[in-house]
Ligand binder design. Sequence first.
Ligand SMILES: Nc1ncnc2c1ncn2[C@@H]1O[C@H](COP(=O)(O)OP(=O)(O)OP(=O)(O)O)[C@@H](O)[C@H]1O
Length: 263
Amino acid sequence: MSNTVLNVENLTMNFGGLRAVDDVSLSIKKNEIVALIGPNGAGKTTFFNCVTGVYAPTEGKITITPPEKSSEVINGLKPHKITEKGLARTFQNIRLFQNMTVLENIMIGRHCRLKSGILGAIFRSPATREEEEKLIHESYAILKKIGIERYVNDLAKNLPYGAQRLLEIARALATDPFLLLLDEPAAGMNPNETRDLVDLILRLRENEDVTIFLIEHDMSLVMTLSERIYVVDYGQLIAQGTPDVIKQDKRVIKAYLGEEVHA
Ligand SMILES: Nc1ncnc2c1ncn2[C@@H]1O[C@H](COP(=O)(O)OP(=O)(O)OP(=O)(O)O)[C@@H](O)[C@H]1O
């Protein structure tokens, strides 16, 4: 268990009579890049939703071990509490504040790390003002890390699609996560944008000391980027292993029914 940052045991999620996730166990170690793949409707996003507090799982145990902290079971915590504990995510469908600027989107993401509470904001003490300035400075630094600082004052809705996806990652990063969950980060991106995304994710792992857990349908990206892959089908875990193992797994190939699993 050493170095494990996320450990999920026997996770099950029922929606009425539908079992979207069926007894799935997996674990992720610090600084790994791990993918969760599977055909449409296999239960991937539901799995992420359970880990990030959108749903309280029907059964199972989700344990996190943030760096230099002790392990904690996070079942049933609200999403904002889970964010505070260092798990951040992006969504399959972009969820930005479309009528706010790029910088404001990041500042809101970073808000959970502010010390001054509501009284500080109302009375605008020098300490609050100082913290606000720091917030702007740090938010801009995050935009630079992601490479979208040229859009700093643009409204989120006016950004090209690929840049909006990057802004979602930037906003997640603004919460200072130790584990970043990316739900289809390459969806809708062109091949150049996808290549840049691969470089970005590798850079984030290297420079920001984050662990990456991603859902993705782009098999070329998955096979290039992931060190380990978990495969689900009809809610059940059907395979796990390195990209080379997964590419040759008969159950995986069958689940994809001819969809290309090779990079
Ligand atoms: N809130 C919900 N209520 C009822 N059923 C749901 C709900 N969310 C997901 N489902 C169902 O659970 C199953 C798994 O869906 P999920 O979105 O997790 O799959 P997925 O693997 O992420 O699919 P995709 O790759 O298409 O995004 C599907 O049958 C879906 O219709």
